[in-house]
Design a protein around this ligand. Structure first.
Ligand SMILES: [Zn+2]
Length: 97
């Protein structure tokens, strides 16, 4: 669930979890109980939803259990499946008999 930020006028900023569409305009401060207004920031959906954290998590996961690769990387040209080159100059290269 997204986190929403509130600012207590007495002591601190805090965050509460609320489902979207049910975000209270004010919430009681967990420290002193003062009703606090919501800070209008973008909701923190999840740290793992950012591309930076996903990259970090993928790197960490790959270190312990590498992703299985079923075929060599790189895409071959469809008409080049036989392994010959498409460069016409290569036709003039010497070939074994
Ligand atoms: Zn407070």
């Amino acid at each position: 669930m997204p986190l929403y930020a509130y600012r207590c006028p007495e002591c601190q900023d805090f965050e509460i979890q609320a489902s979207m569409g049910q975000v209270p305009e004010s919430a009681q401060c967990p420290g002193c109980g003062t009703p606090s207004r919501r800070r209008f920031t973008a909701p923190h959906l999840s740290r793992s939803s950012t591309s930076a954290y996903r990259l970090i998590e993928d790197s960490a996961r790959s270190a312990s259990e590498p992703a299985v690769v079923s075929s060599p990387g790189g895409r071959r040209h469809p008409s080049n499946a036989g392994g010959t080159t498409l460069n016409p100059l290569h036709q003039k290269l010497p070939r074994p008999d």
